[in-house]
Design a binder for this molecule. Structure first.
Ligand SMILES: [Zn+2]
Length: 297
């Protein structure tokens, strides 16, 4: 009788200790839309278009294939941050029920909302190349109508680089990226060859692509995610070290006017503004504020 009581006590204590421990790596997925299988045009990524319905379903399915691979590789927790436009693209009950979903906007860290030092890895799904890449589906940087280029310490940055540096700020590596072939190449050139990439389509122009057969795309996404998490230690943590100079080249000279209302921001030529920061996260947030102001002109 006494032995049974002690046994129960030990079992209870163990279960309390286990509940407080991570059972596997914690992964954040940042999911954009332009690099999702099947998507080739802005009408598919805009909520006011009849073509949006199927596209948001494809987005959830690409993400679900990645989630499946992560859990197969032993992930303990997966958090998905919806990262496109309204950030309400994934219909909540279409996501793999093992993952949690950050939905909606605005969010302080935008496409990287949710990240902190408790994560072991980050995955970018459905990403696109920076403004001025060809051929590449829907290439742009943050805001197509406003931003011509973003440079940090002289290096031109796609969203994938700016966002990877947020993960890097918290010492978290980006282990995988999915999108079109050009975006995958751009990601490797910035984040290194330790990154696993899965190209689900090959651009034939800005608004055209050859998609992989659907079954093949989902298989590669699942297997790629599994491989990426298994070899996560080979992925580099991407850090942009201060002091940091952010340069923002705008599409028009008018867009460079309102950003200079912020005393930290200088106009260095008719359509380029710049500022410096001793902290990447502060710099990133100021960049978003400046792009928001620029977009009002
Ligand atoms: Zn997007």
């Amino acid at each position: 009788m006494k032995k049974t009581f002690v046994g129960i006590l030990i079992t209870l204590l163990l279960s309390v200790v286990m509940a407080g421990q991570k059972t596997g790596p914690k992964v954040l997925i940042s999911a954009d839309m332009e690099g999702i299988w099947g998507i080739v045009h802005g009408n598919q990524t805009s909520s006011d278009s009849p073509e949006y319905g199927p596209a948001r379903k494809w987005m959830a399915e690409d993400v679900n294939a990645v989630i499946a691979g992560l859990f197969e590789a032993g992930a303990g927790e997966v958090v998905v941050n919806d990262s496109h436009g309204s950030m309400r693209n994934i219909v909540a009950d279409t996501l793999d029920p093992r993952a949690s979903l950050i939905s909606g906007t605005p969010k302080p860290l935008s496409m990287m909302q949710g990240i902190d030092g408790s994560f072991d890895a980050c995955v970018f799904v459905g990403y696109h190349a920076r403004a001025g890449t060809a051929p590449s589906v829907l290439d742009h940087t943050i805001s197509g109508g406003v931003v011509r280029a973003v440079r940090v310490n002289g290096q031109e940055m796609p969203e994938l680089g700016l966002n990877a540096a947020i993960a890097g700020y918290f010492n978290v590596p980006v282990i995988m990226l999915t999108g079109d072939t050009e975006t995958c190449a751009q990601a490797k050139s910035i984040l290194g060859n330790g990154l696993v990439t899965v190209a689900v389509k090959e651009a034939q122009g800005r608004y055209a692509a050859k998609n992989l057969p659907l079954d093949e795309a989902r298989k590669r996404l699942r297997e790629g995610a599994k491989e990426a998490l298994q070899k996560k230690d080979q992925a580099a943590v991407f850090v942009l070290k201060p002091p940091l100079k952010f340069e923002l080249e705008l599409n028009t000279s008018a867009q460079a006017e309102l950003p200079t209302l912020i005393y930290l921001v200088k106009r260095v030529n008719p359509r380029t503004v710049e500022f410096t920061s001793d902290d990447y996260l502060k710099g990133f947030k100021l960049l978003r504020a400046v792009i928001g102001l620029a977009g009002m002109s």
